[in-house]
Design a protein. Structure first.
Lengths: 288, 288
């Protein structure tokens, strides 16, 4: 159990209590679980089946999208809109609805579409919500392995077929880079040369680096098996749902500038806040 | 169904029929399944549990091994030795037994220990066998997802909890590099600069590259979702079990020199034999 979990129960100090009651937050997490059940059912028939892959990149790159992404986002949006018609919605495939609402649901139906289309299970459905741009819940569902990582007002949990009773997620202590496991989804996603130099400098100081993972890597960080995830170029829908999961498991997640991660960009997540500081120092002074 | 599968039934022409009967091969595959059931039970209690990781590298690198690797190899070796006492055994953790026997079992209890220790499901148990250095069966078991890829004398199959009735594996047609998905476990594993240049030249010509996967990537290639896997520095126990799975699914797997893959080294697997040829040309003439 982490400190966050012991403190659970009351609204967190940085959330305007007037805007969202504790009961609302519990009910919203329930809605997220229901939406994830629906999206799981919408996605699975398309997984590991020959599927038409469209390229939605505007340039020469490859940014795949499939009917599974669109079907899943649609069922999630429909379910949320039915239960919380006054809330806003941001989704990777269908954009913004009611963007001035205080409460926003933020959805990536398949985070890791490239993994999805090669048959790997390292992708997931992300459903998060913010109130005044502060994350209030997050859910990561892996339909094929039937794993679900989630966090609301009362701690972060993992539910699996192997352990249907949700068990608390807790990051592991790892304060020093030389003992750390670092992941990023793919070094090619780090497009700025200066950022890549910073990343490789950090990578040279850790015990083990692995590539791949997308959202799943943040789940494994929350579960205490990865110490650092470092990425660039993320969108809000790539990260919003993961912030409460990482934070309520005891980790720290920010931009490379130390700002809130909610708007995406260059992101660093650490299981141990002391490791976050050590890694931030290297990113700031890669040749130091 | 692939050509190989249509031809199934008789001993393959390059296997001395006198050395191993068709009945022996069927019985050996049964032994492999039983051993994989035992190793699955031996490994799972150690997965996603904080575990002591030893570094067995002789140099400054990190080559992890755990009690799970050793426990799994022991139960596999014991089971095989009980059923086939005259056969030889080669395992990653415990070395060679009866190395002059005509029939050799080749075992990697956890291929992808680095993935295993970070909680990713992209690792597997490999159990293969050769007769006079020709692969005669192969099995890849993923204990967490309960997926099993295997091939004996009668085709390659995949068994999953989602589809308990084994279904035939078949690679997909993809003759041109520009439409291909390429994977390798980690570019850092490609230690020779010249090899890395060849790899990156190949990577620059494909539609999509992903890193990670270890043995699991060959399973996804056999299932028709990855087109090329290119690696270096493999040992015989990293690849022996995968050769029949790839070949009987319709793919082609050799060294970068075009030699049999059974001894490991620099390995290239392609789902489409025409793609194998195209990729071999780039590896041979990376700047051509």
């Amino acid at each position: 159990m982490t400190d966050q979990r012991h403190n659970g129960g009351g609204a967190r100090p940085n959330i305007p209590a007037s805007a969202l009651s504790e009961m609302d937050r519990i009910a919203m997490l329930q809605t997220a679980h229901q939406a994830a059940d629906l999206s799981r059912a919408a996605i699975l028939p398309h997984f590991r089946i020959p599927i038409t892959v469209e390229n939605k990149a505007q340039d020469a790159s490859f940014d795949p999208v499939t009917v599974a992404d669109r079907a899943a986002e649609q069922v999630i949006r429909d379910h949320i809109a039915r239960h919380w018609p006054e809330h806003g919605l941001i989704g990777e495939e269908f954009g913004l609805t009611r963007e001035t609402a205080h409460v926003q649901w933020i959805i990536d139906p398949i985070d890791g579409t490239r993994s999805f289309i090669i048959g790997s299970p390292l992708w997931g459905t992300l459903i998060g919500a913010t109130c005044e741009a502060v994350p209030v819940l997050g859910l990561l569902d892996q339909p094929f392995t039937k794993e679900r990582f989630y966090a609301g007002a009362q701690g972060a949990y993992l539910q699996t077929p192997q352990s249907p009773q949700p068990r608390p997620l807790a990051t592991r202590a790892c304060a020093s880079l030389e003992n750390a496991v670092l992941t990023t989804t793919h070094p090619d996603h780090i497009q700025e040369t200066a950022d890549l130099e910073r990343f490789y400098s950090l990578k040279s100081r850790v015990q083990l680096s692995r590539y791949g993972g997308d959202c799943y890597a943040y789940g494994l960080l929350a579960a205490g098996f990865i110490d650092l995830v470092v990425e660039t170029g993320l969108n809000t829908y790539d990260i919003a749902a993961l912030i409460p999961i990482v934070e309520q498991a005891g980790g720290k997640i920010t931009t490379w500038e130390g700002e809130p991660a909610i708007h995406g960009g260059r992101i660093i997540a650490a299981g141990d806040p002391a490791l976050h500081e050590a890694a931030m120092n290297v990113l700031a002074n890669p040749f130091g």
